[in-house]
Every structure is written in C-alpha cells, then in structure tokens.
Design a protein around this ligand. Structure first.
Ligand SMILES: C[S@@+](CC[C@H](N)C(=O)[O-])C[C@H]1O[C@@H](n2cnc3c(N)ncnc32)[C@H](O)[C@@H]1O
Length: 258
C-alpha cells in the first residue's frame, strides 16, 4: 500500500487533508439525516437490523449496565440495548445509554422519530461529540458499541484508544462495520450492487447521489477483518475476535478491557 503523508487521509476514494475529513463527513450526514433510517432499510433490504441484533445478542445487555453507543446516529443500537436490558429487569436499577454522535442533525432525527412520549426517554442521553475525544470519564462504561461509524472517523486508532479509556475493566467493546466479502463471487455481486444501485437509490430517495457514493467508497477503504482486529488489540483490548456476517459483507469485532 502506498504511504500517505501523515496529515492526509481518505474520504471515500479521495485523499484529503486529515483536518478536513470530519467536516466532509459531517456534510454527508447533515445531508442524509432526514432519510437515514429509510435509506438504511432500503439499501440493506432490512438486513442491517439482523446484524445489529447479532451484536446485541453477543453483548447480552443487563439491567443496570451503562452503554456508550458512539457514532450512534438515530439511536437504534442504543434503543435495542435498553429494550433487551429492560426485558431482563426484575424492577432493579435500569440500564442507561449515551448516544454520542458528531452530527447534531442525526441526533435530532433520532429524537424526533422517538417523539416526546419516548418510553426509553429517561434511560437515554444524546451527546454531540467526537469518537476521538469522548466526553466521558475513564473507566465509566460497561459496554461500548459503534455500528457503521468507525470507518467515518479520521483517526481510527484514536477512537479505539478512547473506547478503551472509557470502558471499565471487564467492559466490552463491539464494533459492527461493513467489511470484505470472503468469496470472490460474493465480492463481485456486492461490488455491482453497491457501486450501481446504492448511489442510484441515494439519488432517488434522499436526492443525494454523492453522499451515498462516499459511503460505498469508504467501505472499500476499510481495513480487512484481520487488520482491523490487530488494531483493536493494539489499542489494549484482550480476547479480540470477529465474526463475519452475510459472508463478510459486514463483520462484528469484539474485545474485552481486562
Ligand atoms: C452510517 S451512520 C451509523 C449510525 C448508526 N450507528 C447506525 O448503525 O445506523 C455513521 C454515523 O457516524 C457519525 N460520525 C462520523 N464521524 C464521527 C466521529 N468522529 N465521532 C462521532 N460520530 C461520528 C455520523 O454522524 C453518523 O451518524
């Protein structure tokens, strides 16, 4: 792989100054926030819900646990975590979740769709913040989740370091991200679908082809399953493992802070 100067990074297939990336990513999600949830269902045929459900199964949320869902967007992962924890509750201390996202519009879209009478409202907090500099104390969370967010972050290693910092010893890290299909046949079908259909859907449904072109390109730039697992280990996590979902179209990486 060609070495890039340290102050440069990728924004999809483009190379940009590292300092510009967060603003460009913010522009993408400002633009798609209002149609984000419907586009997610359309693009994946609803399969993203199954992937998120696998992540929550593995985490097995418990009453009283504290979650931070980073790049949480409209909040479906945090909500799923709380619903599962509540279903195990015998009336003790409820679980709590913080949704942290750099994009105010995404947080607002989630709050608007939950409505004023949100039954999970007392258990949820939304914070506008950067994965690279989380506004939370060290050793303060039982679980850290990030779904389809880390590839958008400028300095992934800084974000992984922050995940490690905010988790308490014994805390769990879970990252769900688009990844790399494990067979050539699936890769070809997936390429044809994502480079042709997704930008077209973006144009038709969200009136924004460019943002969805970026999303597809950023997926191709993401490290392989093994390379990403090595970076999670380098951040300090133990017992790091991953699970390919839908033949590697997505992967769930997990680890423990021991
Ligand atoms: C593809 S969406 C995923 C949203 C949600 N987790 C889901 O699975 O549907 C990516 C999210 O990452 C957020 N994001 C991008 N860069 C970020 C950063 N540096 N820190 C926190 N959030 C970030 C975006 O604003 C956007 O809401």
């Amino acid at each position: 792989m060609t070495q890039r100067p340290e102050d440069e990074t990728s924004f999809g297939f483009r190379t940009v100054k590292a300092g510009e990336k967060a603003g460009l990513v913010r522009g993408v999600f400002d633009s798609v926030a209002g149609r984000y949830d419907v586009m997610n269902d359309l693009m994946s045929g609803g399969v993203h819900r199954i992937w998120k459900s696998v992540m929550l199964d593995r985490l097995a949320p418990q009453p009283g646990q504290l979650l931070i869902d980073v790049a949480g967007g409209t909040g479906d992962v945090a909500r799923g975590f709380l619903q599962r924890a509540n279903s195990r509750s015998r009336g003790g201390v409820p679980a709590q979740a913080v949704i942290c996202d750099i994009n105010f519009e995404m947080l607002c879209a989630g709050r608007d769709s939950a409505g004023d009478a949100d039954p999970l409202g007392d258990q949820l907090e939304r914070i506008c913040g950067d994965a690279e500099m989380l506004p939370l104390a060290a050793n303060s969370r039982d679980a850290y989740t990030i779904a389809f967010g880390i590839r958008n972050v400028t300095d992934m290693d800084a974000a992984l370091g922050e995940a490690y910092r905010v988790l308490r010893p014994g805390g769990r890290f879970a990252c769900l991200e688009f990844s790399h299909p494990i067979t050539d046949g699936l890769q070809k079908i997936y390429d044809a679908y994502s480079f042709n259909v997704i930008p077209w859907l973006g144009e038709m449904v969200a009136n924004d082809r460019e943002s969805y072109q970026y999303l597809v390109e950023s997926i191709r730039r993401f490290p392989s399953q093994d390379a990403f697992a090595a970076r999670i280990r380098a951040a300090g996590f133990s017992r790091v493992a991953y699970e390919n979902l839908t033949g590697g179209v997505a992967a769930l990486h997990m680890g423990w802070k021991i």
